[in-house]
Unconditional design. Sequence first.
Length: 223
Amino acid sequence: MDEILAPYLKEDLEVVLDQLSTVINRAVLRAFHGCRVADAGVFHREGIRLNDPAVLEDEARRIVAETAELAWMQKSLESRLAAFDARERDTDQLFLCADDQVQLDHIGHYMLYGSEWMTCALGPSAFDTLRRRGIPTMIEVDLPVSWISPGLRDELAEKLLQEWVRVVVNAPTFIPKIDFGIDLRVPVPAEMIVAHYHPAILKDPYNGNAPCRTEVRTCPSCA
């Protein structure tokens, strides 16, 4: 990228990236959070919470208790949860993406099955049950870039400069997807939730990326 940009820059590339990282700290980024939920209104009312293993365990107990097909799991559920070695994974974190298409194409399991924590804790035997609960949902968030860690903000600045090169310098017709994930350690408040939608088709990474069509594309909070 250095050679391509050299004729266009008055400063060294590292200086430009540092300046861009500082400038975008005042910007707002449209980010996306894929999930599976019965009513997206919960996010518009409460925002997006951090991952909490205790809450997820209670949800796992409720799912098993309410599902006849998982009755066989009742007696072993507590030992299964106690032995779950990834219980603390992603605790007090939440994840967003800068490009929803990346989620649709590569990590659709969050919208097809819900929480990855839940699918790992309950295992493949619960996949059909999880698919019947909720609706694939993409939450849209207007996230202040100042909420992003300095290291990630520097990475975002580089991504943006690469996109500028593509549009202004190279001007190709191909539009790449921006694979940029954001790890937050604070909840997203309700006022940052700006919209949601229910994708028509998702790829299932648990089934060879087979396309899955969404049967129901509305929820009680759809406008």
